[in-house]
Design a binder for this molecule. Structure first.
Ligand code: ATP
Ligand code: MG
Length: 568
């Protein structure tokens, strides 16, 4: 490709509204341009990277036996009504009407469409299992589109859906996608972890998120420093055990604590450690008030509360609701003397607190020397807190550390949720009708490009892994006005094109501009034709290492092949 007429507009300055490196570099290297908030165009370099990423995903999906299809972006709203999601999905779902005022949505995901497709065309167990995938544009009206294509409103996703006749079949389909994802993200040269995620069931292993480790990630991963255990902090079970101290039990005392509400304020005002404080939070669980207790240095995990009450809707009580149920301000609530209708649940750590501190359910007052059984009782203790760094790893090996991650992929066992709602059945061996068992598997193609950039750049620009680089070689004629340089550049372009994807900088620009652009674009190997053109000697630079070699053109192909071998 000749750069003189190539649409690769580079920018020297960092665009003001781009906060993170990948967004800045994708704009600066001329990969993308914003068309509207969260909506992007891909310029030729960006499109080439997308295509490489898609090709690797396609190869691995095909290899795993999945079949490629292409479904429409526009979907009839009735389908979403049938599955029961039209209301649930909320404002993230983009909606539109056609000229006959019929309701449509822009596909945010494709469970409804694929399930009806399979329902209508697959009737017998003999056709199953089946796994169908597509690489297609999705629409989600995100509340906060940001970070360029990392969280956008229109984006490209690979989504696959498996259909099985048994739970074991689903497990096998899931494992095969899990393994394909391991290969895919390894081929992108990403430092990633497959982490257990929230599926509604505590500690379940039927959903994993593939997380690229990165400071700018929105998710926090809890991982073991000694084993492969990794889970989203949202769901990681806590297996810590707590020793009850043998100090003597003191008598209960109510103390005045004017305006002392926050845990840190209680610590300094009453001169107690956080571990002694019984932190009490009032939640509204399916419209019923529930008081949740954790230790002062711990945080309540709302997903665990939700799961304790069978996936109920859980919300923190507002100041008004707190007043209504406990007749008190939020900062002073506690488990002593709670009205009968309010259920009290507690995290395991609370059971070990001796002579604790809690709110007195009265403005500007707390209790000291609070002791379980004597002062209040709890019917059962549960794991209700968020895991912390230093906690023992749930698999019994090592301790927990935290890392930030960007979710690039997600595998999920759906079960019969959609097949039941939409009637995707098949006839089994005995001619009996059964419901298909489904799984779904997503990869954010465009987000993956941004994640690769986050992990593969330096202060001068992009440093593409060979597998996804827009070109293999950047051939640069340093001075196109020089006949030797121009002629050698042209002849190398013709010959190198046979075996490599070549971006050819034939622009009449200054050397400094050309080299800066070349580093910014980050093609793995640069071949510069300069002062020694008359001797047929060119300079080869490896982008990743900065290594430079002077090579005679007769040895060029061989040298390049060797260098590529080292890079992959
Ligand atoms: P997130 O928690 O980041 O919003 P999600 O759980 O909504 O993601 P899924 O519905 O599982 O995502 O979609 C599959 C994949 O699509 C995600 O793993 C992610 O890589 C990608 N993806 C989701 N939302 C976006 C977005 N707004 N922009 C770019 N990629 C996205
Ligand atoms: Mg989302």
């Amino acid at each position: 490709m000749r750069q003189r007429t190539y649409l690769s507009p580079t920018l020297r300055d960092v665009p003001a509204d781009a906060e993170i490196k990948s967004h800045q570099l994708m704009l600066r290297a001329g990969l993308i341009r914003q068309t509207a908030s969260g909506i992007y165009s891909y310029l030729p370099l960006g499109k080439r990277v997308l295509r490489k990423v898609e090709e690797i995903v396609r190869e691995e999906m095909d290899d795993a036996g999945a079949q490629e299809v292409l479904m429409p972006a526009i979907q009839p709203a009735e389908l979403w009504e049938e599955s029961g999601r039209l209301g649930d999905y909320g404002p993230e779902l983009m909606r539109l009407k056609d000229r006959h005022q019929r309701d449509f949505v822009l596909g945010a995901t494709h469970e409804e469409v694929i399930t009806t497709l399979v329902r209508d065309d697959v009737q017998s167990y003999k056709k199953l299992p089946m796994n169908l995938y597509q690489i297609q544009t999705k629409y989600r009206d995100e509340r906060r589109p940001r970070f360029g294509v990392l969280r956008s409103r229109e984006f490209i996703m690979k989504d696959a859906y498996s259909f099985d006749i048994s739970q074991e079949g689903l497990d096998a389909s899931y494992d095969s996608m899990y393994d394909a994802y391991q290969r895919i993200f390894s081929r992108f040269k990403l430092d990633f972890r497959a982490v257990e995620a929230d599926s509604g069931a505590i500690g379940g292993t039927d959903t994993h998120e593939f997380m690229v480790l990165s400071e700018i990630g929105e998710d926090t991963i809890a991982y073991s420093d000694r084993s492969t255990f990794a889970a989203n902090v949202e769901i990681a079970p806590v297996v810590a055990s707590y020793e009850k101290s043998d100090e003597s039990v003191e008598s209960l005392e109510k103390v005045e604590t004017p305006n002392v509400k926050a845990i840190d304020d209680i610590v300094s005002f009453l001169n107690v450690s956080k571990e002694r404080i019984i932190k009490s939070l009032l939640f509204i669980v399916n419209e019923e008030p529930v008081l949740v207790l954790v230790r002062g240095d711990h945080e309540v995990n709302e997903i665990k509360v939700k799961n304790l009450f069978n996936k109920a809707i859980v919300e923190l009580a507002t100041p008004e609701q707190t007043k209504e149920h406990l007749n008190c301000e939020i900062g002073f609530i506690g488990p002593i003397g709670v009205p009968n209708g309010i259920k009290v649940v507690a995290d395991h750590a609370v059971a070990a607190i001796v002579n604790g501190v809690c709110g007195a359910n009265e403005k500007d007052a707390h209790y000291k020397n609070v002791n379980l059984e004597r002062d209040f009782s709890i019917s059962d203790f549960n794991d209700l807190r968020i895991i912390q760094e230093g906690d023992p790893s749930p698999d019994g090996q090592g301790v927990i550390k935290f890392a930030k991650g960007i979710e690039v992929g997600h595998v999920f066992k759906l079960g019969t949720k959609y097949s039941e709602a939409l009637g995707a059945n098949y006839l089994d061996e005995n001619g009996k009708s059964q419901t298909m068992i489904m799984g779904c598997y997503g990869i954010g193609i465009s987000r993956t490009v941004a994640a690769i950039v986050e992990q593969h750049h330096d202060e001068n620009g992009l440093v593409w892994p060979v597998s996804v680089a827009p070109f293999d070689l950047h051939l640069v004629t340093i001075n196109v006005k020089d006949d030797d340089q121009r002629n050698l550049g042209e002849s190398l372009y013709t010959s190198l094109k046979q075996n490599f994807d070549v971006l050819f900088d034939d622009r009449p620009e200054r050397a400094g501009v050309k080299f800066k652009d070349s580093d910014l674009i980050g093609v793995p190997i640069r071949v510069a034709v300069g002062k020694r053109a008359a001797e047929k000697i060119v300079e080869v630079k490896i982008r990743q290492t900065g290594e430079m070699l002077e090579v005679h053109v007769d040895d060029l192909e061989k040298t390049l092949q060797e260098q590529f071998k080292k890079l992959v």
